[in-house]
Design a protein around this ligand. Structure first.
Ligand code: ARG
Length: 613
């Protein structure tokens, strides 16, 4: 597949020219080509001359002239112009733009396969059994899904790992509490589990000092909970929970059966939410903490044997040379921890799943936890792949979802919002919005069935929530404001969906057949057509960049820019009332390609692109 990104062509040409002028090895040259901020200075600029002046002992402007004379642009661009102290301005030729647009308009939309020698592992979702999915898990699920989709689109093997919190004391606490209440485990709802979990937590007494220490680091709720549970003032409830945990660990049949029920009840809800969200997450992606239970003892032993762990007050810890905080991997009572499970999981993912890049899409508050885990893994060398190379371990940390009061999102009664309630509300608002528009006689949705309006409304509501979550820098907190998220104007999901649907309607209204449109030639000559074309041609590079940088927000920004560029084009360049038949078809083809790119981009974000809105 020929690359359709003009930047790649220009970089190659300028690298060669700069090499001729400077005598430097082309591989070592950064040609410094970038898109121009102002179209009056051309489409692109090469700024390399300025940096070469000293070494070549000549004025930058003179060097720029030499580079411009040496560069072979193969009909790619018009003769470059020198501006200011030595900038080289480049304007692509209409033919080159048209050619690259045709290349982009192929079945793959210009996205060349970029396979990797190893798999990519994405740790996503990570819900806990017996606890409602809350908004924090929204982020782990949808950001993780997009990261997975981006890598899959590039032809890479991706493992989606839902590291379900299905093992350990909190679950044993919940089970023990439900059993004490004499509950029928075949009739439990997630709400029951939730209530029992909270009640069990209240029963357990807390060790204030240990807790303060845990809260002062970014270790995350798990390690805090573990410290809470460590309290030596264990009451009867806690002794009961510990006994239940021992039975579970020993494989006691009745206990295992009850435990499995809790998992089933939780997973049913998680998978239903994943479906509502349009996230690719099914039962086969669950490999919970319990999966690693037999690997915890050996993991600790390996650390001890390697001399990397030591005993500390009956517990086993891994100390680090550069910080005081050691990582606890076995408690004094012999129990293992959240961290121990993650050590075993990295080992499994790298050595058995062949994960060359393991990406943890987890709350930023677990930053210190992952720093400890990754450092310990590197110390013991479990980041080594079967072929001897080293895996990359990344924590894609995300911030919190806040309410309008800038505090963690809570319901009016002060409860954590459950994800299900939040999504219901979003769908409701989307449907309302779509129904309101459909009532207008000239709306493309006028006359559609209620079922269809509902489908479109759900796509809008969910699209709004997902886009708002994905479009910012993941590490930043954001305010959950449905009014803003769901608007058809601004940097929102519905704005992009609407741009897509409007183009689909436009093409339908044109009365032109698909073959007539595809058979016509691109002819981007007007400034707005050229600007739109350049936005389109950036798409393959954006997808690659978003995958490599773990940055879905880049794709969001590019789609938003594309939708804006199309609005500008639509305003300046009549499509259905174009001056002649050839221009009409050329503009329809440009519109159609824009629609394709928007649909593909939304698809990578896991957002539906309705044909009508
Ligand atoms: N269950 C954890 C939580 O709710 C998240 C799990 C993240 N993944 C991991 N491998 N530690 O905080």
């Amino acid at each position: 597949m020929r690359p359709c990104d003009p930047l790649l062509h220009l970089e190659r040409a300028f690298r060669a020219a700069i090499s001729k002028v400077s005598g430097n090895d082309p591989a070592s040259i950064d040609p410094q080509v970038k898109a121009s901020a102002d179209p009056r200075h051309g489409d692109f600029q090469c700024n390399a001359a300025l940096g070469l002046a000293k070494a070549l002992q000549a004025k930058p402007r003179e060097i720029a002239e030499r580079i411009a004379a040496a560069v072979d642009l193969h009909g790619l661009a018009e003769t470059p112009e020198i501006a200011g102290p030595g900038f080289i301005n480049i304007r692509l030729s209409t033919e080159a733009l048209a050619g690259m647009l045709s290349d982009l308009d192929g079945p793959e939309l210009g996205i060349a396969p970029a396979p990797l020698p190893h798999a990519v592992v994405v740790d996503l979702c990570g819900v806990n059994v017996a606890k409602q999915m809350h908004v924090g898990h929204l982020r782990a699920t949808i950001i993780g899904d997009v990261v997975a989709r981006l890598h899959e689109r590039l032809g890479r093997k991706v493992w989606r790992e839902n590291h379900l919190g299905d093992w350990g004391l909190p679950i044993a606490m919940t089970m023990a509490s439900l059993r004490r209440q004499g509950r029928d485990f075949d009739r439990l709802t997630l709400e029951d589990l939730n209530t029992a979990y909270r009640a069990a937590q209240l029963e357990a007494r807390t060790d204030e000092a240990g807790l303060a220490a845990a809260l002062s680091t970014h270790a995350g709720p798990h390690r805090v909970a573990e410290l809470q549970a460590q309290s030596d003032s264990a009451g009867a409830a806690e002794r009961d929970a510990k006994a239940t945990l021992l039975k579970l660990q020993a494989g006691d049949a009745a206990t295992v059966r009850d435990w499995q029920r809790l998992i089933d009840v939780t997973m049913k809800e998680v998978l239903a939410t994943a479906r509502t969200l349009g996230v690719k997450l099914t039962a086969e992606h669950s490999r919970g903490e319990s999966f690693y239970r037999d690997r915890l003892g050996p993991a600790v032993d390996a650390f001890l044997k390697a001399g990397l762990a030591k005993e500390d007050d009956a517990a086993i810890v891994v100390p680090f040379a550069d910080r005081e905080r050691p990582m606890l991997i076995r408690k004094g009572d012999g129990g293992f921890l959240y961290a121990t499970t993650d050590l075993a999981a990295v080992r499994f993912r790298v050595q058995e799943l062949d994960g060359g890049h393991v990406i943890y899409v987890v709350d930023a508050r677990q930053r210190d936890h992952f720093k400890d885990v990754f450092d310990a893994i590197r110390l013991i060398g479990w980041d080594r792949l079967p072929d001897g190379s080293r895996a990359e371990l990344s924590h894609l940390a995300f911030g919190s979802v806040l309410g309008k009061d800038k505090r963690p999102l809570k319901t009016r009664s002060g409860e954590n919002y459950t994800l299900a309630a939040l999504l219901d509300e979003a769908v409701h608002r989307g449907v309302e919005q779509v129904q309101r528009r459909a009532a207008e006689a000239d709306a493309p949705t006028h006359g559609l069935s209620q079922a269809e309006l509902h489908r479109i409304g759900a796509a809008v509501g969910i699209g709004a929530v997902k886009y708002a979550d994905l479009s910012g820098d993941p590490v930043r907190d954001y305010v959950f404001d449905l009014d803003r998220m769901i608007a058809f104007e601004g940097d929102t999901g519905p704005y992009i969906q609407y741009a897509h649907a409007r183009i689909a309607s436009l093409i339908a209204r044109s009365g032109e057949s698909e073959p007539a449109i595809i058979g016509s030639a691109f002819h981007p000559v007007e400034p707005a057509e050229r600007h739109l074309s350049l936005c389109l041609l950036r798409f393959p590079g954006v997808v690659l960049g978003a995958a490599e940088q773990l940055a879905p927000q880049r794709l969001c920004a590019a789609l938003h820019e594309l939708a804006n560029a199309y609005a500008g084009f639509y305003q300046d360049c009549p499509v259905l009332k174009a001056p002649d038949a050839a221009t009409r078809l050329a503009r329809l083809r440009l519109s159609r390609l824009t629609r394709r790119v928007l649909a593909e981009g939304l698809g990578l974000l896991g957002i539906d692109a309705p044909e009508r809105m």
